[in-house]
Design a protein around this ligand. Sequence first.
Ligand SMILES: *Cc1c(COP(=O)(O)O)cnc(C)c1O
Length: 400
Amino acid sequence: MPDDHNPADRKQLGFATRIGHAGRAGVKSHGFVNPPVYRGSTVLYPDAEARRDGGAKRFERYMTYGTAGGPTHYALEDVIAEIEGGTHATIVGTGLAAVTVPLTAYLKNGDHCLIPDSVYGPARNFATSLMKDWGIETTFYDPCVDEAGMAALIRPNTKVVYTESPGSHTFEVQDVPAIARAAHARGCKVLMDNTWGIHTFQPFEHGVDVSIQALTKYVGGHSDILLGSITVNSDEDHHIIRSATYTMGHYASPDDCWLALRGVRTMPMRLKQQEAASLEVAKWLEAQPQIKQVLHPALPSHPQHALFKRDFTGGCSLFGVVLDPRYDQSDMFRFVNALQLYGIGASWGGFESLALPTTGFVTRTAGSGEFGGTMLRLHIGLEDTKDLIADLAQGLRVLN
Ligand SMILES: *Cc1c(COP(=O)(O)O)cnc(C)c1O
């Protein structure tokens, strides 16, 4: 088996095969299948000269201190770089840290940043609180902007164009290649939160410079860890991201990295099952009289389905549901409360299904996100699809 040594060989292999083998070569496992958990603060040097020269080699994974990472982190980094098709990944403690690190690394006082109106809420909060305090201005833009529209938004001091596709809660698919063309023409870095796309959207083939993942979601897959990753496709960006995480003291628990390594081996199969199940549930919901619209990019009825078909190789198991306008928020709450198999909770990507009310909880300023009915978000887990549909059917009957 060509382990993770020869990228040319790897490209011939399927996704599940590559993910089953990535990150296993560089770690001493004494023949055991999985790498151990390397915990540690102090790293001992062979001699004083090695100590003197160590710091400069930090970007080459020369271990100097716990906060520079260790073999368990590096194994996971190799898997994530494989998934996203980048040259280097850096692991941080949460998905939100994977959002805030690159924003902090590429922006300084006096700069301007463009962020889609449909962005993950805590990312918006970071822009409107700390970034604002640091003298970084943000414009929230319509996620459905085209190339000319993006070009018109870029100012002389714009340094970062942030993207997230599809958008949190409302699932607008962005024209990332067009946005990236406009951004690169003006020297801006293109950041993307690619958590939904995980491997069905290859960020570096579509003009993205820095890809953000909440590994908390599908990579972990079991709702028991928090982790994030920042993947890049050049040495230059790698040095910028690695310096920023090290300078700010970002770190992830090696135990959580190990759980992510365990989770990710089954991710291709979980994704396949959850994608198919979510489409079946979405199609069923679409046909119900209580439902106005289902916001799932893989449905032909989705407003940006053509873009989705062009840029993504598959869907995922998280989508939005808009109730018929005759139902208000209290009706939507009654529906959600009646569900037996869907937990009411944030996060997603685990083995279990979730239902999350979104109307009244989502802030928008660029006029996007109005769908003419109260809304919720569903995450489809690994339960039997027929049971999940039956539960939604009994929940909807509460509305009659
Ligand atoms: C969950 C999520 C994050 C943040 O991940 P955490 O690990 O929960 O901090 C970032 N972006 C998106 C799109 C998410 O869904």
